[in-house]
Design a protein around this ligand. Structure first.
Ligand code: SAJ
Length: 402
């Protein structure tokens, strides 16, 4: 059995490695970036994911996995490429289409074609049309399915093997064929459905989380005005046996929760009101936090006749990881710096060694020096810093729950 993975990113590469290692499948991993191909074949992991590099070296050295810039004839093909959105929040499936077109000449009777990339509803059907327009003789002769992933960055290997998965074929035989493949390395339950439901399931999972986070963020705005401690409020409300309110933050970051809801609102604008409003609330929260910091800086200067030293604590999009992609914290730091007019802004991110734009300061030193401390990302290190009543502390992510 040979499988071709199109896309060696945060999901494609770990999945290819696990399929090679646990599934006993020969894998060719394809990426358009020659440096990714070269690093992978050298056993170097180009993504940050604990515990994966050793596995990569094992499957590369025993010949189970090799990388290439071009697809090779295989028995199964997996599209695991990015699906960003365009400026107007319209989903962009051009990478999925390009990867599909690249494998069409190689397809043969009995092959399996699967899309894993988060996609708007109907994408799998659209790709099937493209395949059969080029290769009409394959109609009804190959298996086509959609199977989204739901792994948490930082815990990918465990979750790839143990999470349940939803598998949606264009027909039952395709669902079954895809299940046979995933059963080689997935211990979680494999749930059968059709392609459209599987596509919508992924979008639903992340949109539901975005709505839940928006509820928490909206509460934080209300409590700020009401003079209530939102952390205490949520903690108390969650004592109810059937209430589970999530945590406010400085906004919602990453390529998933902040992106996927637009795949629904773009296609169902009239119906998806809560989903659209939740996106607006979560985006607005970052602006609100930046304004809070600027106001605190002005107040400090009026009161003390000097500009404050401000420690901006955190750039990562979520706690205890080094991923700064689409991070609201990063955007807030940039906004505060724009309006700083030579106030001393110290930028802190303990999970990265250096940053090409921001000069980084050690978190303890920054905390000591600062007049105003702005907690943006709830890294564990920040929780060791004692609450100092002589400082102005803006805690947007519940470090002190004050
Ligand atoms: N956040 C809050 N408050 C919370 C929880 C999260 O403000 O209570 C923020 C985080 O700080 C971060 C953003 O939301 O900025 C997203 O973080 P996350 O931990 O919710 O999720 P991701 O983006 O790392 O991973 C999500 C997961 N989806 C769900 O939990 C439904 C993961 O299972 C998916 O595989 C992943 O999206 C994906 O790739 O789609």
């Amino acid at each position: 059995m040979k499988a071709c993975f199109m896309g060696l990113g945060y999901i494609g590469l770990p999945t290819a490695i696990i399929a090679a290692k646990e599934g006993g499948i020969e894998i060719v991993g394809v990426d358009i970036n020659p440096s990714v191909v070269e690093q992978t074949n050298a056993g170097h992991l180009h993504i940050i994911e604990p515990g994966v590099e050793a596995m990569l070296q094992e499957v590369v050295s025993n010949g189970k996995l090799h990388a290439s810039v071009k697809p090779e004839v295989s028995d199964a093909y997996f599209m695991v490429v990015p699906t960003p959105f365009k400026g107007n929040h319209e989903p962009d499936v051009s990478y999925v289409e390009a990867a599909t077109r690249a494998v069409i000449p190689l397809l043969k009777e009995g092959d399996l074609y699967v899309i894993e990339s988060t996609s708007p509803v109907g994408t799998t059907e659209m790709m099937a049309e493209i395949i059969f327009s080029e290769r009409p003789e394959l109609k009804g002769k190959i298996y086509i399915a959609y199977c989204p992933e739901r792994v948490l960055p930082g815990n990918v290997i465990y979750e790839l093997v143990n999470n349940d998965r939803v598998i949606g074929g264009l027909d039952e035989a395709s669902t079954k064929k895809a299940q046979e493949f995933y059963s080689r390395f997935v211990k979680g339950t494999l749930h059968s459905t059709n392609a459209r439901t599987a596509e919508m399931c992924k979008l639903t999972e992340n949109s539901s989380r975005d709505v839940q986070i928006a509820f928490a963020n909206e509460l934080s705005l209300i409590c700020d005005k009401a003079g209530i401690n939102v952390w205490e409020l949520i903690n108390l409300a969650n004592k109810h046996p059937r209430v589970n309110i999530l945590q406010p933050g400085c906004g919602v970051g990453g390529h998933c929760i902040a992106v996927d809801p637009y795949f629904i609102t773009a296609d169902f604008p009239a119906e998806s009101k809560i989903i659209a409003t939740a996106r607006e609330i979560n985006n607005y929260k970052a602006f609100w936090c930046a304004e809070k910091v600027k106001n605190a800086m002005l107040e400090f200067e009026l009161k003390n006749n000097r500009k404050p030293v401000v420690a901006m604590m955190g750039l990562a999009f979520k706690p205890n990881i080094d991923d700064l992609r689409e991070s609201p914290a990063k955007n807030i730091v940039a906004k505060v710096m724009q309006g700083a007019n030579n106030a001393d802004i110290l930028v802190v991110e303990p999970c990265v060694k250096e940053h090409k734009v921001f000069k980084l300061t050690d978190y303890k030193a920054a905390y000591e020096k600062a007049d105003i401390v702005v907690m943006l990302t709830a890294h564990d290190q920040f929780k060791t810093l004692p609450y100092d009543n002589n400082k102005v502390i803006l805690d947007f992510c519940g470090i002190y729950k004050k």
